[in-house]
Design a protein. Sequence first.
Length: 202
Amino acid sequence: MPSAKQFMERRDNIAAIISYIRKRTRATRADISLALSLSWACVSELVKLLINAGILIELTPAEPRASSEAKGRVPTLVALNEDKYFLGVDINDSGIAISILSMSGRLVAAKKWDEEIFETEEELAFSVCSKIDAMLLAREDCCGIGVAMEGARAKGGGWNYPLKKGYAPISPASWVLRAATLTRRRSFRLIWRRSPAPFRHS
């Protein structure tokens, strides 16, 4: 079993490979190895992992051999799979907004809903999850859901959110995961980030 340090290094290398390909659009394993100062074996292993996960796709050979007598493996290009996407949810005092971005960062779809006032966390959960459900494309192609939310952490856990009767701590991670039905997908990540400004209601 890899150590925590090895796990972090592997994660960072995967992120670096994806970032490099995103900037270059496509690249060979040799390109990646040289640019990131990683061994060819390391790059080959991680690229294979990303291809098996559907994050990368392999393209036609970068430079076809001029002769059938030429020896050695023909280098192939890899690129991001544009069928894969991320979904971002922004919950703030002006309403709820959801955006879908492709692996390369291209905006695929976006929609914003006006501010709503909720009696309970269940009503809030139903509203957000219904919107996520309506925006999701092919579920198997969703690589992650990121959520940004205004407010501050609640003392008992979760986030303080202004329901109709006042601020209350909510724990949205569980119901967002249920809405996405992606809890068993290793590529799924739920990312919470606190926005600096609190909610304001008049």
